[in-house]
Design a protein around this ligand. Sequence first.
Ligand code: ATP
Length: 207
Amino acid sequence: MQVLFGGTFDPVHNGHVVMAESLARAFPGATVHVIPNRQPPHRVSQVSAEHRLSMLSMAMEGISQITVNAIELDRDGPSYTVDTLGALRERFGAEESLVLCLGADAVQVVDQWHQPEMLVELGHLCILNRANQFIEIPRILDAYQLTENLSDFSNKACGLLARLATPNVPVSSTEVRGLIAKQEPALPVPPKIADYICRHHLYQDTE
Ligand code: ATP
């Protein structure tokens, strides 16, 4: 089973690390792909994709089952999830169980995505319910078959939807960037990421 957890990771923070660990625990034996995306044109970071990738790799290093997958950085053009799932489907074959994990924020805007109706044929969907937030599932995802049992994901390649309750670590990358701009000494990121940010003078200008 291949579990996909994407984001901008600008920069990676403690919430992301806890989430990756939770996914590894929730899907024993699976590989969890942590996938940094290309920046959308309307949201250009001060920090290069190389730095985001280096920090993400350092933060995830040594966590079992986790691999940082640069598939979206290696591909030109926008990071459409449907293309990423399609490429992983090709790589792992028709029988492999693929699980796309989405936070509530992403699920709520999924109908604005590129070809969202194709997702169901490419993989399963796991909705991450942080802090027990319980969101309505948009109609565009109606084709998924709801299950309460995550272990069902291993019986099929695609088409199931489940919710996963995950821990609440109240931090965002936006907050981390704000703290750096204010020169706060303590950041909610792993210590080696704080060192990296400091060494490379990242996120020093206020946005
Ligand atoms: P930004 O503040 O720049 O929007 P972010 O902190 O929300 O960033 P993203 O890179 O957009 O981080 O998130 C990547 C993934 O991590 C998303 O699926 C998101 O739901 C999840 N995530 C973000 N923050 C947390 C957190 N504190 N705990 C668990 N998961 C998180």
